[in-house]
Ligand binder design. Structure first.
Ligand SMILES: *[C@@H]1O[C@H](CO)[C@@H](O)[C@H](O)[C@H]1NC(C)=O
Ligand SMILES: *[C@@H]1O[C@H](CO)[C@@H](O)[C@H](O)[C@H]1NC(C)=O
Ligand SMILES: *[C@@H]1O[C@H](CO)[C@@H](O)[C@H](O)[C@H]1NC(C)=O
Ligand SMILES: *[C@@H]1O[C@H](CO)[C@@H](O)[C@H](O)[C@H]1NC(C)=O
Ligand SMILES: *[C@@H]1O[C@H](CO)[C@@H](O)[C@H](O)[C@H]1NC(C)=O
Length: 234
């Protein structure tokens, strides 16, 4: 609900990134992604992904992923990258932003940046090497349990609607919307759009082009400014 189509913020979304200053162009979600083969072999029998997938007939295993058969075929629902010798997450990791269950145990992973999980709004269970913290911190989860060498974080909290209330950070004419563990974004309401949702009216252009335009304008202004300074100095 309220979430923009995977692939990038919607045209009317003025996006507040709590932990990320720059708007990153997010990779598309669906499809048989390379992330399912970023590590050889199938989903490990004992992993949380295997049990989750086995318990649901509408799901099937493919490589390291558990994919939905219907209603949206090929959407990643589970991802087991356990025992993959990973020191950091694979490049295709953002493709798994539809995942409900993720297993990253038995990897020599260093700290994972919180922003790696941006857009992972459906994630309900993630298992990690014990030394790592839950993504987004304790606040972002209902449960944080350890077992052997692994830690499992369960029940992603909606920070727009919890005791921590991040909703106040969103400007007028916008609504707070979850954007992954510990992350929220502000979506402009109704016909409002633009920076801090201050503009009203229809907005046919994609945010992408808007951003490009803004960058071009800024560069032109900078160039103009330095020309002027040079002109004055001489
Ligand atoms: C994993 O599960 C498959 C299918 O259920 C089975 O054929 C295989 O023997 C199992 N492997 C291990 C190591 O338990
Ligand atoms: C991890 O993978 C290696 C091979 O890559 C295998 O020999 C080992 O048994 C695996 N360990 C576990 C706990 O599955
Ligand atoms: C992730 O977010 C938590 C909670 O906001 C914070 O304590 C932690 O330092 C962050 N970690 C990184 C790597 O940014
Ligand atoms: C989880 O629990 C451990 C102790 O069991 C604690 O050190 C850690 O800060 C907790 N929070 C997260 C986000 O891992
Ligand atoms: C928000 O909080 C209220 C009251 O605590 C609860 O009834 C409601 O289900 C929550 N909504 C979501 C989306 O978590």
């Amino acid at each position: 609900m309220g979430r923009p189509v995977a692939g990038g913020p919607g045209p009317r979304a003025w996006v507040l990134r709590l932990l990320l200053g720059l708007a990153a162009w997010r990779g598309g979600a669906a499809g048989r992604s390379a992330v399912c083969s970023c590590c050889p072999g199938p989903v490990r029998n004992g992993s949380s992904v295997a049990s989750y997938c086995a318990a649901r007939p509408a799901l099937e295993l493919q490589g390291r992923c558990c994919l939905s058969r219907e209603p949206e075929p090929g959407v990643i629902v589970g991802l087991d990258l356990g025992n993959c010798s990973l020191t950091f997450l694979c490049a295709g990791f953002p493709d798994a932003n539809t995942a409900v269950v993720i297993d990253l145990t038995e990897n020599p992973l260093g700290n994972i940046p919180n922003t790696s999980f941006q857009g992972f709004t459906r994630l309900q269970s993630i298992s990690l090497p014990r030394a790592l913290e839950c993504p987004g911190g304790n606040m972002a989860w209902d449960l944080n349990t350890t077992h052997g060498d692994s830690r499992t974080c369960q029940g992603q909290r909606n920070l727009c609607n919890s005791s921590g209330e991040l909703a106040w950070l969103c400007p007028e004419n916008s609504q707070c919307s979850p954007d992954g563990p510990g992350l929220v974004q502000c979506l402009c309401s109704g016909s409002y759009h633009g920076y801090k949702c201050l503009r009203e009216g229809t907005f046919p252009l994609l945010l992408f082009y808007g951003t490009l335009g803004a960058v071009t304008t800024t560069l032109s202004l900078l160039a103009w400014g330095s020309q002027r300074r040079k002109a004055k100095a001489s």
